[in-house]
Design a binder for this molecule. Structure first.
Ligand code: SF4
Length: 372
């Protein structure tokens, strides 16, 4: 099952319903052609061939067998995909914009942050950084606590939840971000920056420059040849077929760095595909907390949705791992059936309870058709 508070890594895999779940954090979300091929091989050899694309530009191998974990970790270490120890791995939560060229400012900031984070501070498991220094602001919706952003007035360091940030120089920006992370680590009971800001406990950052105007994902995801995985679920075969370097992203999509050799049917090329409006957690049987097969229902509902419309979330239980926020329609599994929740999140009160999958498809065809 997906355990509350457990942030898996490659050195600290998490037990799940289908074996160990092992999260790989490629540096800056970049994978070379040979690393892509290696990960596809390892997912088949040591896992069940299922690969999740995470919302923090990382990958998860599923169904890994415990007895073979040391061999798998050794192979990852050889390919520069493993940290030195569990603490350093846990701290290295950094999303780099996929829209910046190799060797540009973002790469330098990434490298400086990674170096600094090897030594500390001790941060909550989900605390993370976003480096949004591409030609436009793309990462404001991605999960992060401290953001280095390129604004029209220069580089800024901004705490998540604040409208303005401190003007920083490229040479000292990472050091300043680490100072603020250190300050955060000393605030008792704090887990995320946004929560601290919401209760008026502001970090010691000058509020000099307004955050840049964000460009919505619906706009920029059309500009580049992204490949999307429905529900973030991909496979070793789908990855191996591409045979090119990849940039991972927070949008359950990859950006190939070259021309893919083979784009299997697992990949979706159209960001407007209705199936991409459905999010679904692992559900049964991969997660032992679930009593329902979330993705089976998602696949059944996808063809019924119009080209444009609202978002549906299907959650195996009330935790809502894959989409903690509200959705127009949330279907939450409970005791083998689904509860239907409108304009709220997976744990909120249900409008209808105990629905079978075929009852839900009838509702989507009928009374809910106009809302979706
Ligand atoms: S929300 Fe889904 S993935 Fe998370 S614990 Fe519940 S069933 Fe498992």
């Amino acid at each position: 099952m997906t355990r509350r508070g457990w942030c898996p890594g490659a050195l600290r895999p998490m037990p799940a319903g289908d074996g160990l779940l092992l999260r790989i954090r490629p540096h800056g979300g970049r994978l070379s052609q040979s690393q892509v091929a290696l990960i596809a091989d390892l997912a088949s050899e040591y896992g069940n061939g299922q690969i999740d694309l995470g919302s923090r530009a990382n990958l998860q191998l599923r169904g890994v067998r415990e007895a073979r974990l040391p061999e798998l970790q050794a192979a990852l270490a050889e390919a520069d995909l493993l940290d030195g120890d569990q603490a350093a791995e846990a701290r290295r939560n950094i999303i780099l914009t996929p829209f910046e060229a190799e060797g540009a400012l973002g790469s330098d900031l990434l490298s400086a942050l990674e170096t600094g984070l090897r030594r500390g501070p001790d941060l909550p498991a989900k605390f993370g950084f976003a480096i949004d220094t591409g030609p436009f602001s793309a990462l404001q919706d991605a999960s992060a606590d401290l953001r280095l952003e390129q604004s029209p007035e220069g580089l800024i360091l901004r705490a998540d939840g604040m409208e303005r940030g401190e003007a920083v120089k490229p040479q000292t920006a990472a050091r300043r971000a680490l100072q603020i992370a250190d300050w955060f680590s000393r605030q008792s009971g704090a887990r995320r920056m946004r929560d601290l800001v919401a209760r008026g406990q502001l970090p010691p950052l000058r509020q000099e420059i307004a955050k840049p105007d964000p460009v919505p994902p619906a706009v920029f995801l059309r500009r580049e040849p992204f490949l999307f995985a429905a529900f973030g679920a991909s496979t070793a075969a789908a990855l191996a077929g591409l045979d090119t370097g990849l940039r991972l992203t927070p949008w359950r999509a990859v950006l190939p760095e070259g021309l893919p050799k083979e784009v299997t049917a697992d990949w979706l090329c159209d960001p407007a595909s209705p199936v991409l409006r459905i999010s679904a957690c692992t559900g049964a049987p991969g997660c032992s907390a679930a009593s329902v097969a979330t993705r089976d229902l998602a696949r059944a509902l996808a063809p019924l949705l119009p080209k444009e419309g609202a978002q549906i979330h299907i959650s195996g239980c009330a935790r809502g791992c894959a989409h903690p926020g509200p959705a127009a329609l949330t279907l939450t599994g409970r005791e083998g059936c689904f509860d239907l929740i409108e304009n709220a999140k997976a744990s909120d009160p249900a409008r209808r309870q105990g629905l079978e999958a075929d009852e839900i498809t009838e509702l989507i065809r009928g009374p809910y058709a106009a809302q979706l």
